[in-house]
Write a new protein. Structure first.
Length: 155
């Protein structure tokens, strides 16, 4: 498995990879290079064809906007019709979870709003549907999922 990570790092341009790790069945490449993060999809696709594994490109923690600025920007980008109920930050994994009552509107045509969010904030956004009926159990489950992410990431 370490050979796969080594192959990925060798095939990508020098100096753009901060770290490469397994997250379940996927491989995640973290980069601190803004231009590679925005335009590196072609290079990632070439490596995917070689290693035959899913590879996701995420920004290093050093590139991420602050939580307050990111939340402001997300609320500007995503229309109010989408009815955002909560924005959850997962800084260990550079992921932003947007809970909304109407996920289709939050994603946009062909993912256009998610791409714009990613380009402007450097977070990797994911959209989840809000619970139709507010439930303490659902809230607690989601809270537990994101409270100790550094342990989960290492595991």
């Amino acid at each position: 498995m370490a050979d796969i990570l080594k192959t990925i790092e060798e095939r990508l341009p020098r100096g753009v990879v901060s770290s490469t790790i397994f997250e379940g069945a996927n491989i995640v490449v973290y980069t601190a290079d803004k231009s590679f993060f925005l335009d590196g999809e072609g290079a990632i696709k070439e490596v995917v064809n070689v290693v035959k594994k899913r590879i996701e490109l995420r920004a290093d923690k050093s590139l991420l906007m602050t939580n307050e600025d990111t939340e402001k920007k997300i609320r500007e980008i995503i229309p109010s019709d989408a009815e955002i109920t909560q924005i959850i930050f997962d800084p260990q994994r550079s992921i932003l979870i947007i809970e909304t009552k109407r996920p289709g509107l939050a994603i946009g045509k062909a993912g256009s709003l998610l791409k714009e969010s990613r380009q402007k904030t450097f977070w990797s956004p994911q959209v989840q549907r809000s619970a139709a009926i507010k439930s303490k159990i659902t809230d607690k489950i989601r809270e537990v999922l994101y409270q100790d992410n550094s342990y989960r990431k290492n595991f």
